[in-house]
Design a protein around this ligand. Sequence first.
Ligand code: ATP
Ligand code: HSE
Length: 316
Amino acid sequence: MAVYTQVSAEALGTFLARYDQGVLVSAKGIAEGVQNSNYLVETTADRFILTLYEEWTSTDDLPFFLAMLDHLAAAGNPVPRALPDRDGLAIQQLAGRSACLIEFLTGVSVSHPTPAQARAAGAAMGQLHAGLADFAPTRANPLGADTWRPLLERCGAGIDTIAPGLFARIEAALARVLAQWPRDLPVAAIHTDLFPDNVLMLGDRVTGVIDFYFACTDIRAYDLAVMHSAWAFDATGERYDPAIGAALIAGYESRFALSEAERAALPILAQGACLRFLLTRAWDWVNTPADALVTRKDPLAYWRRLEAYLKDDLFA
Ligand SMILES: Nc1ncnc2c1ncn2[C@@H]1O[C@H](COP(=O)(O)OP(=O)(O)OP(=O)(O)O)[C@@H](O)[C@H]1O
Ligand SMILES: N[C@@H](CCO)C(=O)O
């Protein structure tokens, strides 16, 4: 479920009247996603995504996200722009929320990518990074390396209800990763959440890269490490697929070069990525009732990935 805010047909009709995008034909809530409320809207002119931003997305950050999307679209990336109304405004108010009417992109996200699809997705990230090389706006990463220890402390001993001794194990891994965390690699605007569910594909072709609401300025190669951790394992985090891992990196490098220093840092960046998702999933786990409508994501799937990255150099 991801329709937290209901919008009446009347309110939606009035909202659409601000745009030159036809008249409302239908609107359906979209079940996928957990962060914002999304509707698939059809008008007499076209099909759109209507997003209402819930508490997790700060309205203050929307201009950064939308500028990044406009910049990427202008550079030829398949990303959805928020459409301006007749007065040039893209950020509106609807049903008590900030809201945007967004371009609909075709394609479906794949749950079990093939190496060819992973290569195309890696290339799509390389193309994003090339397109963002001259993007000036910045946004600090609210889930960057400096926030992981405070987040672990906020989770507290409750984290041991997920698995006995987990707090101490994460604390030890965190100390090791933070001691080696690279501080001199290039930083840039990055996506930081390019999981398979945020890449739309038709066959082996990427038709859309979506969900930029964690985008921020951080170590550029960290984005690729996040993607590797999300794509190259099965959902449980138990099985690593080296063909997918290699295809992602090869695809990325077909569009954007990794320096020697970035390549050498990938193992530690991937361990950091595992801690980031382990910790946010653990926070959601201990703070979301088991019977809530939103499905909790398994934190241990990221503990297992972390162990795999600690055990072997999966980028060798
Ligand atoms: N521009 C788009 N074109 C087509 N489909 C889209 C578009 N944006 C979103 N969707 C669909 O809506 C679903 C939810 O979108 P999204 O992933 O952005 O949700 P969210 O709640 O903001 O994020 P999260 O995945 O972090 O919970 C996607 O899985 C996709 O099916
Ligand atoms: N993609 C994340 C959720 C959003 O950050 C996860 O799977 O934990």
